[in-house]
Design a protein around this ligand. Structure first.
Ligand code: FES
Ligand code: FES
Length: 155
């Protein structure tokens, strides 16, 4: 096994780990207990594994853990602070944008990055759809998800 020392932060908590250079960031996060990071397709198609790397949304199944050296990773677990849901999480609940929930953590991270980047702009439903094109949901038909992002953008 080829392993490397890896220092990174996950939801602002510092870690120093020995990591197999072939391991994906998705597998590393899940092994550390961040199981909100979902293993869907494993090949960059579904977005269920989306996390933020220095505030940019990435498919963690396609991102090697060692590339995260020195970076801050945000997962859905870190978005709830002091028992309080983030504005995006709250909006998903309010709009009923969750059915089976498998896609939800990845979508919430995509919505979070999208709104942190574009939240000050006037957003159309088309803009929101384009911004979430990398995340698949088998259950909701997407309308409630778009409603949730619209609601969150007004918070
Ligand atoms: S599990 Fe990563 S994109 Fe589907
Ligand atoms: S709620 Fe089931 S896949 Fe989206």
């Amino acid at each position: 096994m080829h392993s490397m020392k890896l220092e990174l932060r996950i939801n602002s908590r510092a870690y120093e780990l020995d990591v197999d250079v072939r391991k994906s960031l998705m597998d590393l996060l899940r092994e550390l207990g961040y199981t909100g990071v979902k293993h869907g397709c494993g090949v960059g198609e579904c977005g269920a594994c989306t996390v933020l790397v220095d505030d940019i949304a990435v498919d963690s199944c396609l991102y090697l853990a060692v590339w995260a050296r020195g970076k801050n990773i945000r997962t859905v677990e870190g978005e709830c602070r002091d028992g309080k849901l983030s504005a995006v999480q709250e909006a998903y609940v309010e709009e009923g944008a969750v059915q089976c929930g498998f896609c939800t953590p990845g979508l919430i991270m995509t919505s979070t990055a999208f709104l942190e980047k574009n939240g000050d702009a006037e957003l159309s439903r088309e803009d929101i759809k384009r911004g979430h094109a990398g995340n698949l949901c088998r259950c909701t038909g997407y309308q409630t998800i778009i409603n949730a992002v619209e609601t969150a953008s007004k918070k």
